[in-house]
Design a binder for this molecule. Structure first.
Ligand code: ZN
Length: 503
């Protein structure tokens, strides 16, 4: 009889090789999105497929399955690192075993094609060109949900891939009042009669200066450039090859610095999380984040709760004025602060402000569920989209490129992903409030451009744990509370009540 410690060591050895392979795969993706010559796309697809096959073979190796089974029966102490590592490995091997190889391959092939069709359809504002592709995607995602298994709603199976333990029913419970109260706030802001002038943001800004500003800002937050780098990509993203190599991207707009700066803050929030994971979890099943909702809570915390706060700009605005004296030299702080927080119903999610953003997410959440359950047909999708927009935001997109065709997610087969954006927003405030309660001087430190205390709290309570806890448990341990939309709504009312002089 082999003792548990030896078996666990065996598990870790297998996990380490899997981790290396996955990191290689991530590097191939990062390179594809940043530097890959266009003519190499097909060869890159082959390389990724081969690595993916090796990972799949290793995950479905019966010897690994037996090892996990024996360790599950071995009575590892509940809540221990070892028990968590076995749980994470169980998730990975179950997913690999339940999904038929043929389905995975078809999804990959289909989404590669459908993404290309979507790009063209969006350019030509022609949903009908994309509809047959999307119909097939929905069919394949339904098959995927059935293969993965679920208790209540097929959407659960797909959403759980991004946010372990989260369910459709729980999302609905949290989102329903959030939608109602957000819509009320949007109406109140619209009725306030206060117009925010954001013209100061739309002027020519030198791209080199924008790049230096982004870099200085994320470095000040604590992003470690010895273990990271900032590049340019069409869609900004963060990828961790391991906690020792966490790279971010942003993009530059010659007519405004806001996109690059807030984008970099956002990605740095993701990167700080990855860089903060316990060293001892490197190449183990615990080296990943707990879930995408928690991940997004970190990006939104730095982008919005720090980066769009008055506290931050009281310290940072004079520096910004020195970098761009011609554009911002004569602008009062209050004008600038209101401009970067302007609330306006808009068509495009990625451009949405903090108040309206979650309505864009809830739209997608509703429609995705209905597509997966079969209550909504792809042909009726644009109408359903525009009806929701009219109802929630009082506007309807003039064309499908600004409507149902705007996001890449569905073309890539990502169903169940969108809700993590709102989960992230909600949790960002819950975590920030907990950090402020633990460190009452935090606001003052942020005014002075000092972030070590905040980062330290996040490291201690969120980052270092990696995938040791499921998202719910991690949030509970960090804040003492369950997921709750209350703090986020209170934050919005406080901040925007002031900006828009609401009573
Ligand atoms: Zn993000």
């Amino acid at each position: 009889m082999t003792d548990t410690a030896t078996l666990y060591r065996d598990l870790l050895q297998r996990a380490a090789v899997l981790s290396d392979l996955q990191q290689v795969s991530t590097l191939l993706f990062w390179d594809q999105e940043t530097h890959l010559p266009r003519g190499a796309a097909e060869a890159r697809g082959q390389q990724k497929a081969t690595v993916g096959t090796i990972v799949h073979e290793r995950l479905t190796d019966p010897a690994l399955g037996e090892l996990v089974e024996v360790l599950e029966a071995a009575d590892l102490p509940g809540g221990s690192v070892e028990a968590a590592a076995v749980r994470q490995m169980r998730r990975s091997i179950d997913r690999a075993a339940r999904l038929p190889v043929a389905l995975v391959e078809e999804l990959e092939k289909h989404t590669a094609r459908s993404r290309a069709v979507w790009e063209r359809a969006r350019e030509e504002r022609d949903f009908r060109a994309f509809a047959p592709e999307l119909e097939r995607t929905v069919e394949l995602k339904r098959q995927e949900a059935e293969a993965l298994g679920y208790d209540d709603h097929p959407y659960d199976a797909l959403h759980d891939l991004f946010e372990p333990g989260s369910t459709t029913a729980r999302l609905r419970e949290v989102f329903t009042p959030l939608r109602r109260e957000t819509a009320e706030l949007v109406r109140a802001i619209g009725a306030s009669g206060r117009m925010v002038d954001d013209r100061v943001l739309h002027q020519p800004f030198d791209e080199g200066a924008q790049h230096r500003l982004a870099l200085d800002t994320v470095r000040a937050f604590g992003y470690d450039l010895e273990h990271g780098r900032l590049d340019v990509s069409v869609h900004p993203f963060t990828e961790a090859m391991s906690k020792y190599d966490v790279r971010i991207t942003t993009r530059y707009d010659a007519q405004g610095f806001a996109m690059a700066l807030f984008g970099a803050m956002h990605e740095a929030g993701h990167a700080l999380y990855e860089q903060g994971i316990e060293d001892g979890y490197y190449r183990t099943p615990l080296e990943d984040a707990a879930g995408l909702g928690i991940h997004e809570s970190q990006s939104r915390l730095w982008e919005n709760l720090v980066g769009r706060s008055r506290d931050y700009w009281e310290g940072a605005f004079p520096k910004l004025q020195r970098i761009f004296p011609q554009q911002l030299g004569g602008v009062p702080l209050e004008t600038f602060y209101a401009a970067i927080n302007k609330v306006e119903p808009s068509f495009v999610r990625v451009d949405a402000d903090e108040v309206t953003y979650n309505l864009h997410v809830m739209l997608r959440f509703e429609l995705e569920q209905a597509l997966i359950s079969g209550d909504l047909s792809v042909a009726d999708l644009p109408t359903a989209w525009n009806d929701f927009m009219r109802d929630a935001l009082g506007i309807a997109p003039p064309n499908d490129a600004l409507g149902v065709l705007q996001d890449v997610h569905w073309s890539a087969g990502h169903f169940g992903y969108f809700p993590t954006y709102t989960l992230g927003n909600l949790m960002s405030v819950q975590l920030f409030e907990a950090a402020k309660a633990a460190h009452p001087a935090l606001a003052q430190e942020i005014r002075e451009g000092r972030f070590a205390t905040l980062l330290g709290w996040l490291r201690e309570n969120v980052h270092r744990h990696g995938a040791r806890y499921l998202p719910d448990e991690l949030l509970k341990r960090a804040t003492g509370s369950e997921l709750d939309a209350g703090p986020y709504l209170a934050y919005l009312r406080r901040k925007y009540g002031e900006i828009y002089a609401l009573t």
